[in-house]
Each structure stands twice: as C-alpha cells, then as structure tokens.
Design a binder for this molecule. Structure first.
Ligand SMILES: Nc1ncnc2c1ncn2[C@@H]1O[C@H](COP(=O)(O)OP(=O)(O)OP(=O)(O)O)[C@@H](O)[C@H]1O
Ligand SMILES: [Mg+2]
Length: 294
C-alpha cells in the first residue's frame, strides 16, 4: 500500500461514524416554524446533549429522529435508514435498536415494575415468558434496583426509582442508542447525581450512544461530550462545552455564563472530577456487541 493510501485509510478510520444524520431539517406546525434548516450529526459512542429555551423545539427534534413526528422537509437518517421511508416492520426493527426515556408518561401505572420493564420484550413475542422475566430482572439490577422491587406498583416508587425503572425499560431490548428527555427533571440533587453516575457507568459498560435533552446544568456538564444548542429555529452550536461557551449568542451567554453555569463549569475543571473531556472528536467506535442474554 502506498503511503498516500495508508494516510487516506487512517483519515478514514479517524472519521467518526455518525449514527444519526440530520440534514436541512425544516419543521412547521401550520404557519408556526419550529426548525428552519437544521444539520446535526450524532457520533457513535458519544453523549450529545440538546439544550435550548422552552419551546425551542428540543422534544420535536427528538420525536422526528425517532419517527414519531414527520419532518416538513429535509432528511433524518438513523443507522443509515430514513424512518419515514420504512415499512412498519422495518421501522419496528429500527426502533428495537434504540431506547427511549421520555419525561412524561414514564411508566404504565397498572403494570408492576417488572411488567413495565418486560413490556418491550413481550411485544416482540420472540421469547418464552420465563426468559423474559429473567431478562427484565437483570435490567432491574442493571439500573441499581433489586428483585425486591420487582412486584411494586409505580405508585409505590420514589421519583428516582421511577426514572430508573423507565431507564430499565428503555434498555430492555439492549439498544445501541438511548434517547433521554429531561431524565433528571423533578429529582432532588442527590437522586439526580446518582442518576448521572448510573448513566455514565452504563454508557461505559454498554458503549451506548446517548442523545439527551436536559435543562439541568449539572447533568449537562457531567455527562456531555458535545452540546447542541437550539435557538432562533436553528442549531447555533454543536461542540464540546468549552467551545460552545465561546459562541456569541444571547441564549448561550444567558445560559452558560450565569452564576450557576460558572459553578458547574468550575466543577468540571476540578482535578479528580470524572467529568467529560472537552474533546472535539467523539470516542472511538465500540466493537463489543450488546450482550445477548435477552
Ligand atoms: N403537535 C404539535 N402541534 C402544534 N405545535 C406543536 C406540536 N408539538 C410541539 N409544538 C410546538 O412546537 C414548539 C416546540 O415544542 P417542543 O416541545 O419541541 O419544545 P421544547 O424545546 O421541548 O420545550 P421544553 O423545554 O418546554 O420542553 C412549541 O412551540 C410547541 O408548542
Ligand atoms: Mg421538551
């Protein structure tokens, strides 16, 4: 191989794999414009956080990425596929590759903890029920709960436990990609820190790619490799936090340069803190396949 070829190959290897590609996305509801030409890549293995003011279109962006809402124009590819062009069966196969934890409608109140977690596996109809229960129990333990919690009803759980059960359900199908909409909203600071530590550990152990929406600065700073900022119907930045704070935009100034943000950023710079590196490139692609006990 020539040196030019090997140089070209190493550049190709260094290029991160985009698991989500959003191109020139426009979304309108009637005359109301939500997104006006958004381009965004999410790379394999990274935690990308989406921030923006209330109503800036964070949830609508997520809903379009997972195929729950149709773009007005533009394209969205997830794992190279365009959800809107797939048949129902193909879309279901694609959906099985990601897990979703939405802020609202977290758990089915009529189902026990274990039945909530088992639901995506039961819907697949691919496994006998005893295996489904075992897989659901493993997921329960993965998120730091125990078999003693399995038969509890959602109304018997604390806010932090509800988030964990919802996360266990999102992980039921061993996804490669996890979407979290305000995962720590409503949690007290300690429960929130515990949840952040859990996501960090799961991400490391399972090699997950995570797309997260959060208003919570501490969560944002502690977990994100890159931050995507939505404002004025556009994406005004998508970069590691150290670069985002340099972008001259009123929302960014207000959001990142206030007193709370400064405290969170200082914590990031404290030695010994396991905060994300301010890397421009995302982490290397994972090779390990999800463990296949389910
Ligand atoms: N189905 C819908 N029909 C009409 N308008 C909608 C619909 N869904 C969302 N919108 C509008 O789109 C805009 C963006 O909403 P979205 O829920 O994405 O905001 P957000 O950034 O997630 O806000 P928040 O931080 O408050 O959750 C809002 O003005 C909202 O009212
Ligand atoms: Mg929202």
């Amino acid at each position: 191989m020539s040196s030019a070829q090997s140089a070209a190959q190493s550049v190709a290897q260094a290029k991160p794999t985009a698991v989500i590609e959003v191109r020139n996305l426009v979304k309108r509801f009637g005359k109301a414009v939500v997104h006006d030409g958004i381009d965004l890549d999410v790379y394999r293995g990274e935690v990308l956080s989406i921030v923006g003011g209330s109503g800036s279109g964070k949830t609508v962006l997520l809903r379009q990425i997972v195929g729950l809402e149709r773009p007005t124009s533009g394209t969205i590819r997830v794992f190279g596929e365009e959800p809107r062009r797939l048949s129902a069966a193909q879309l279901q196969a694609l959906r099985n590759r990601w897990g979703l934890q939405f802020q609202r409608g977290a758990l089915f109140s009529a189902l026990s903890v274990i039945d909530n977690i088992a639901l995506p596996l039961r819907e697949l109809r691919a496994l006998p029920d005893n295996l489904i229960c075992r897989a659901a129990l493993l997921k329960l333990q993965l998120v730091g709960l125990s078999a003693r919690d399995a038969d509890k009803m959602p109304s018997d759980l604390s806010g932090g436990m509800i988030k964990r059960v919802a996360l266990a359900r999102a992980l039921a199908l061993e996804p490669e990609l996890l979407f979290l909409d305000e995962p720590t909203a409503g949690l007290d600071p300690m429960a929130s820190d515990d949840y952040v530590a859990l996501i960090r550990e799961l991400r490391r152990e399972l090699g997950l790619t995570v797309v997260m929406i959060t208003h919570d600065l501490d969560t944002l700073v502690a977990l994100s490799d890159r931050i995507a900022v939505l404002a004025d119907h556009k994406l005004v930045a998508a970069a590691p936090i150290a670069e985002v704070v340099k972008v001259d935009h009123p929302f960014i100034r207000e959001y990142f340069l206030g007193e709370r943000a400064q405290r969170a950023l200082q914590a990031l710079q404290q030695p010994g803190q396991s905060a994300p590196s301010a890397q421009s490139a995302p982490p290397a692609r994972r090779d390990a396949a999800p463990s296949g006990e389910a």
